[in-house]
Design a protein around this ligand. Sequence first.
Ligand SMILES: *Cc1c(COP(=O)(O)O)cnc(C)c1O
Length: 340
Amino acid sequence: MTVDLRSDTVTKPSQAMRAAMAAADVGDDVYGEDPEINALEAEAAALFGHEAALFVPTGTMGNQIGVALHAAPGDEVLCDIGAHLLAYERGGSAAFFGITSRTIVTADGICDPAAYEAQVREGDWHTVGTRVLQVENTHNRGGGRVQPLAALRGLRRVADDAGIAVHCDGARIWNAHVASGVPLHAYGQLFDTVSVCLSKGLGAPVGSLLISTADRMGRARVLRGRMGGAMRQAGVLAAAGRYALKNNLERLAQDHARARRLADALVPYGLVDPAQVQTNLVMINLPAPRPDAATVARAAAEAGVLVSAMDERRVRLVTHLDVSDDDVDVAIKVLTGILT
Ligand SMILES: *Cc1c(COP(=O)(O)O)cnc(C)c1O
């Protein structure tokens, strides 16, 4: 038996989700005729208190289009140094849209409005103009930390003062919502655009949404087509997403509890900072003379527990709907065996 804690992207659709996919009524979404996609987009927009949403194949595409709605070639996005947008999107916003980026250095990805404010530039004949502030909630490289609501409100004020936009990478905003109790529409009102993933903890096989105004989503539809992301009878995928939103959202609390149990078992050995564990991610810190992350990941894999080497000296564990309490017990045994 393998316990797969590499990511919440490894979840497989359940039988019930597959049944919903099989039963989906579909149409050609390029003609706007896929009923499942239309319903999913309307439901997602309503959840966040926005007018419209656009179904996209990946969170990466959602983020790329999201920032491109606010920034023209040569304009700038300001984001955290650990942002997925910069770390894992293969330079997409620069490669496709000519958007430059500047970063704010944080240890844990927690949004600091004053740090953004200090960096915002209006732009003129000589300098680059900042057009969009980007924030990630929860923050992946920050260890699944939930952005404090006060910080997000502060960020909104900075953007409003400068007359620019805020884009949220909400791949795991579901986890932030469940952990903090902050309603999704309360998050939604703080962002001009938000991208969300159905394929992480919610357990759908494929799919993300970009959410904003109807006008912006009209423009986003053009950009999605240009990027080759306009799909046809993709309602089979949207049906999985609708099933996930209905059935797998509140259960994220179980993933959080299991992550907490994993963390609690490792804290006594100084491997995990308990304050950092707020959702379904657990970061194991491996300062020398402990073995490095790749070594730990290899040893754990040999014992049937898959983990991610996040950095040279940091391992990431992720709980998700295919990880049971028994799996957590196995993981604790294997990891404490290797590390203590
Ligand atoms: C997974 C993820 C995304 C999007 O990833 P895709 O694989 O492109 O769907 C974006 N942001 C964060 C923080 C993520 O974890």
